[in-house]
Design a protein around this ligand. Structure first.
Ligand SMILES: C[S@@+](CC[C@H](N)C(=O)[O-])C[C@H]1O[C@@H](n2cnc3c(N)ncnc32)[C@H](O)[C@@H]1O
Length: 256
């Protein structure tokens, strides 16, 4: 059953967009919509995310892709440092819906993390601080914000030096093994030889349940078995009591 999402100003709703995408490949509309419906939209800032990744000391001139980027300003932060940084999200097909979902998620953040009234002045100020770089950057450089599904990336093979995903490929798509395997195949496909793919949270992180962890292991093992040119390493990216002990990262490299 497709969800009755509202129409966007582009004249296509996210559900229709997801349906169209899913008809072009193996995934059923039900699975694609289930993923979108499960997904909470967040927008973690570059400042925080850059501490979870192992970024090259010099990103100038690199082509990068952040998958399931939501309202994060991660791509903007990389562009400020000279990268050609793209962000992709299913809900970039419908920015009104993206914003509405993000606002919903932020209410919980205001209550639980900042311990403030989500309708109060303080929460409004924090919210503005979270979204302003994303919104400004989207307005200025819309071509870097690509509407699409992680399971069917609209990019050429071997076209990025660095591909990242936080609470996206892992943390969002991993509740379904087929969607996860397909997204993994896609992020590997667009990575150039010698490039690196960094995905979090892998195995260790507060939002994962046992089913997601099991899917991650199965999908990563299958990927390694199918492609001997890939190298895998996992590490705890950050230890933090706030994050339920810590968050781990899986880094995949493609032989050059
Ligand atoms: C939890 S948010 C993470 C956002 C951002 N990476 C961050 O860390 O703040 C998950 C995002 O994945 C997006 N998403 C869900 N399914 C997707 C799919 N199949 N392809 C692309 N994006 C998807 C959702 O729209 C949502 O913005």
């Amino acid at each position: 059953m497709l969800r009755p999402y509202g129409r966007s100003h582009w004249g296509v709703s996210a559900s229709e967009f997801a349906y169209a995408l899913s008809m072009t490949a193996d995934l059923t509309p039900h699975v694609v919509m289930a993923i979108a419906a499960e997904a909470e939209v967040t927008g973690i800032a570059y400042k925080s995310l850059s501490r979870f990744y192992e970024l090259p000391p010099e990103v100038k001139g690199l082509r990068t892709l952040d998958v399931c980027s939501g309202m994060s300003d991660f791509a903007y932060g990389l562009r400020q440092r000279g990268a050609g940084a793209y962000a992709l999200d299913l809900l970039y097909a419908d920015f009104r819906l993206l914003r509405a979902r993000h606002q919903e998620s932020f209410r919980e953040v205001a209550r639980d993390v900042f311990q403030t009234n989500p309708d109060g002045v303080k929460a409004r100020k924090i919210y503005q601080g979270y979204v302003q770089s994303f919104q400004a950057s989207l307005k200025k450089r819309p071509r870097f914000y690509v509407a699409g599904s992680a399971t069917h990336l609209p990019f050429a093979d071997a076209s990025f030096d660095l591909v990242t995903s936080f609470n996206g490929v892992f943390g969002t798509l991993d509740f379904d093994i087929r969607a996860l395997s397909q997204a993994l195949a896609e992020v590997v496909r667009v990575l150039r030889p010698g490039g690196s793919l960094q995905l979090l949270p892998y195995q260790k992180g507060p939002i994962l349940d046992d089913h997601q962890r099991q899917n991650q292991i199965e999908a990563v093992e299958a990927l390694g078995a199918a492609d001997a040119s890939l190298g895998f390493s996992d590490t705890v990216a950050r230890e933090s009591a706030l994050l339920g002990g810590g968050v781990a990262r899986l880094t995949i490299t493609k032989a050059g």
